[in-house]
Design a protein. Structure first.
Length: 263
């Protein structure tokens, strides 16, 4: 993969330089990395460094989305009562929009969006999220001092299972956020991509994950496709998730069975 990105960098180099001379904004992450590497010629960053950065970003983005996708499939396979409900929504959406996917159509999958968000909440990927390193000594208004070099993390899982913020938090409810949105004057705050200080799956504030919208579209499209074309079952029982430091991952031994639906 690194060789692929290195070849891409070499081919994009001339275009990026021309864009910079013309004062045009970078078009993608490759351009941004190249522009950044040229700001200070003494920093020693070359094409290989940029290729490694791109490879790391690509892996990070695809890995997180894949984990959530597998979690959703596991929940669907072990909670078949949701399959019919969500499949009906998918079929209805396709019929309404003449069997072609658009951004509007993807956004209309509100029950599926709720199921994805609940699966992600219930199988919290990052027990402690948004890691930050303190660059200089800092003191809060209440007197708490944080020395330089301290690593800070947010209690992500603790808040996702806190009765104060989530009703019946240890109960899986795939319609949880759909029902909350239906009874709210501001339904957009319950979407999978929405963030707030008590829901930090994508971070919060100015450093909130910019790729969450693309990830949400990927998940909704893949799951909609699978639900439309396949029956989803699990072979055996669902193994418990396993932990790697602060990460919660689906068991690699789980077997999800897909059976083609004849239409």
């Amino acid at each position: 993969m690194q060789a692929l990105f290195l070849d891409l960098i070499n081919r994009r180099k001339l275009k990026s330089e021309e864009m910079a001379k013309e004062g045009r904004q970078p078009e993608d992450l490759t351009d941004w990395f190249w522009r950044w590497s040229q700001q200070d010629p003494k920093n020693g960053h070359n094409e290989l460094d940029i290729a490694q950065l791109l490879a790391a970003n690509t892996f990070g983005a695809s890995f997180n989305t894949t984990v959530v996708l597998v979690q959703c499939l596991c929940e669907l396979a072990t909670r078949p009562e949701y399959i019919h409900i969500i499949r009906q929504e998918v079929v209805s959406t396709l019929n309404t929009h003449k069997s072609s996917w658009t951004k509007e159509k993807i956004e209309s999958l509100k029950i599926l969006d709720s199921f994805i968000k609940e699966s992600h909440r219930y199988n919290c990927f990052d027990y402690a999220g948004t890691p930050r390193v303190v660059k200089k000594d800092f003191q809060f208004k209440n007197g708490l001092r944080i020395p330089k070099g301290t690593v800070l993390l947010t209690p992500n899982a603790a808040m996702l299972f806190d009765q104060e913020y989530v009703k019946n938090p240890h109960e899986f409810n795939g319609l949880r956020f759909y029902e909350l949105a239906q009874s709210s004057k501001t339904p957009e705050i319950f979407k999978y991509t929405s963030t707030n200080p008590h829901y930090l799956q994508f971070g919060d504030g100015k450093h909130v994950c910019p790729g969450r919208f693309f990830a949400a579209d990927e998940l909704r499209l893949i799951l909609a496709y699978l639900l439309f074309h396949f029956e989803i079952e699990i072979q055996g029982s669902l193994p418990k998730n396993f932990k790697i430091k602060r990460h919660n991952l689906p068991d690699l031994g789980v077997n999800i069975l897909l059976k083609k639906i004849q239409r």
